[in-house]
Write a protein of this length. Structure first.
Length: 290
């Protein structure tokens, strides 16, 4: 089974994507992943910075600045200049009020794809700057999402269920996929299932086929972990979709891109905390639109 193509790419046109994410000065994630990865896939990336960090939150020392107060005027200026968008790709948010700002973009650009990476936590825990109020607000973005891309921690938060760990059965996968689709998402990509067999699995399901017609995508698991792989996966998946690839193919491309980037990353100093060094493999995405 092959899933439908969500975006018909004109080879002479550069699609414009609002990337609603935080900006970290150090540690590869969020906008420092989204901007180069989507650009490599032939997209014009328009950042909407939801927070400013000196470094990501796995470092012992970091500063955090919530940008909510500046974003309404920021988007007003876009509207006044008749900026158009082909997709709204949201990730890490700085406050519950920013969910309203994402939904404002949905309202003002009704033709744009809704690409939602509900960045809230990992390993069964919320990220340090997140609150239950912010998680509850983030659930609203699942409604009408063209692609909802949670990891297992985020899927648990979205569906108000206990975190099951990474090693889950097929029946548990089915239950989670259906629960996420019940929130109102059109398509779901559930990422990061680890059955401790040397592979990682991601699953793709649609509102029409639901879990009964899910597609399982299996990738080699490397023997080390790196911060920022979730942002790298979601950004490359979004780029592949906007390159005109069907969703299941885009998810496979993203999984292989992350694996290639991780292989490159291991040769960099302090790689485990610094984040994914994908620069040397960006050509994999550029080839999608040549």
């Amino acid at each position: 089974m092959t899933h439908a193509t969500l975006y018909q790419r004109d080879p002479l046109y550069v699609p414009r994507v609002a990337a609603v994410h935080d900006m970290c000065g150090y540690g590869k994630c969020s906008l420092t992943a989204a901007i180069p990865i989507l650009s490599a896939a032939g997209c014009d990336v328009c950042p909407v910075p939801t927070a400013l960090f000196s470094a990501h939150t796995l470092y012992k020392t970091y500063t955090f600045h919530d940008t909510t107060d500046i974003l309404s005027a920021y988007l007003d200026a876009w509207k006044e200049e008749n900026v158009d968008l082909d997709a709204v790709y949201s990730g890490f948010l700085g406050s519950p009020a920013q969910v309203d700002l994402v939904q404002r973009l949905y309202s003002e650009y009704p033709h744009a794809l809704h690409l939602v990476d509900p960045v809230m936590g990992d390993g069964g825990k919320m990220y340090p700057t997140y609150t239950q109020e912010l998680c509850d607000a983030t659930k609203r973005l699942a409604v009408g999402a063209d692609i909802l891309m949670p990891n297992l921690t985020e899927a648990s938060i979205l569906t108000d269920t206990a975190y099951p760990g990474q090693n889950i059965s097929d029946s548990q996968v089915d239950s989670i996929l259906d629960a996420l689709l019940d929130l109102g998402a059109h398509n779901v990509v559930l990422k990061g299932i680890d059955r401790e067999d040397g592979t990682l699995r991601n699953y793709v399901a649609t509102e029409s086929g639901r879990s009964a017609e899910k597609i399982e995508l299996v990738h080699e698991k490397l023997p080390y972990m790196i911060h920022g792989t979730g942002d790298t996966f979601a950004s490359s998946l979004s780029g592949a979709v906007l390159a005109g690839k069907p969703l299941d193919e885009a998810a496979h491309i993203a999984g292989e891109f992350v694996r290639s980037a991780m292989e490159s990353t291991r040769h960099q100093p302090h790689f485990e905390e610094r984040g994914v060094s994908f620069e040397l493999v960006l050509g994999e995405l550029t080839r999608l639109v040549k």
